[in-house]
Design a protein around this ligand. Structure first.
Ligand code: GDP
Length: 288
């Protein structure tokens, strides 16, 4: 989904989420485990402050498990509960009800003490476009439902998706805007496919990705493309272009005259990264 975010859209998105918050007990903040910081909305703390929140590191199947564990520790150190999932395959999804209940333990206990039967926990999924909100909702619903995040009169006509008798989920997620003012976050978002390459040129995204991969995942990169003599870091754009060129040559991405087709090579690299063919990789670490 491509959304052009202008100030008016952000105000509306924020207002819509605030309306939905009145209906729920807990917020599931969906992040991309490969770029947990860059895939966070800059105002999410403020927007969701009225409700307990569970940070979900989604697409964990594509992320580096060691880094995902470090990110979980990082969020926990900031006082946020986290849980790791793969919404596509459903890994970790069945634990969501229990994780949500843990966050609401005191409230549930008060209901029990008053002799009330605790009702199912009501949750809202929020996150930036492409982070996997619809996939998770469909996974919990157990079927494909048409998901629109932008209905007028948000509190009307919404459905609850029931999951296992203990969790109810609003069928319309809260769509938040990604970071705009940080160019590095922009590269990370483009690398994972969260924002379109017409915003940032694909060659530049590929060079950014190569820098990260050379420094952190050199052996996997070497193996995938049969590269020799890969440096341990890429100090500048020229060094990255040289690696891109080597990949292009190895993969036969050549235009007439025998030159490397950079766009084609960049597309191939990003496709391999996004599909996990290069291995499980995370593009930013908490200490950075
Ligand atoms: P939304 O815009 O937040 O609703 O995102 P979608 O649910 O449409 O997901 C965007 C893309 O990410 C789709 O191609 C999904 O198949 C993919 N996706 C979502 N969750 C996962 C996941 O856990 N693992 C992987 N590998 N892909 C996922």
């Amino acid at each position: 989904m491509t959304i052009q975010w202008f100030p008016g859209h952000m105000t509306r998105a924020k207002r819509q989420i605030e309306e939905k918050l009145k209906l729920i007990d807990v917020v599931f903040e969906l992040l991309d485990a490969r770029i947990p910081q860059s895939s966070r909305n800059p105002m999410v703390d403020e927007i969701t402050s009225s409700k307990p929140r569970l940070v979900l590191l989604n697409k964990a199947d594509l992320a580096d498990p060691k880094q995902t564990a470090e990110w979980s520790d990082y969020f926990r150190s900031k006082g946020l509960a986290t849980h790791t999932i793969d919404a596509n395959a459903g890994t970790g999804v069945k634990d969501l009800a229990n994780k949500a209940k843990e966050l609401l333990q005191e409230k549930i206990q008060r209901q029990i003490d008053k002799g009330m039967k605790p009702r199912p926990v009501r949750a809202l999924i929020v996150g930036i476009p492409n982070v996997g909100k619809s996939t998770l909702i469909n996974r919990l619903a157990g079927r494909n439902i048409a998901i629109t995040g932008d209905r007028p009169g948000v509190t009307k006509g919404q459905q609850w998706i029931r999951f296992g008798g203990e969790l109810e989920l609003l069928d319309t997620p809260g769509i938040l805007w990604p970071k705009f003012d940080d160019p590095i976050a922009g590269f990370r978002l483009a690398a994972t496919g969260a924002i379109k390459e017409d915003v940032i040129h694909i060659d530049e995204v590929a060079c950014f990705v190569l820098k990260v991969l050379v420094e952190n995942y050199g052996p996997a990169l070497k193996e995938r493309y049969g590269l020799e003599g890969l440096p341990s870091e890429l100090p500048d754009m020229q060094a990255a272009i040289e690696v891109l060129e080597s990949i292009g040559k190895r993969r036969g991405c050549i235009v007439s005259g025998g030159h490397v087709d950079y766009d084609k090579t960049a597309t191939l690299l990003l496709r391999d990264l996004r599909s996990g063919k290069l291995g499980r990789m995370t593009l930013e670490s908490p200490e950075a």
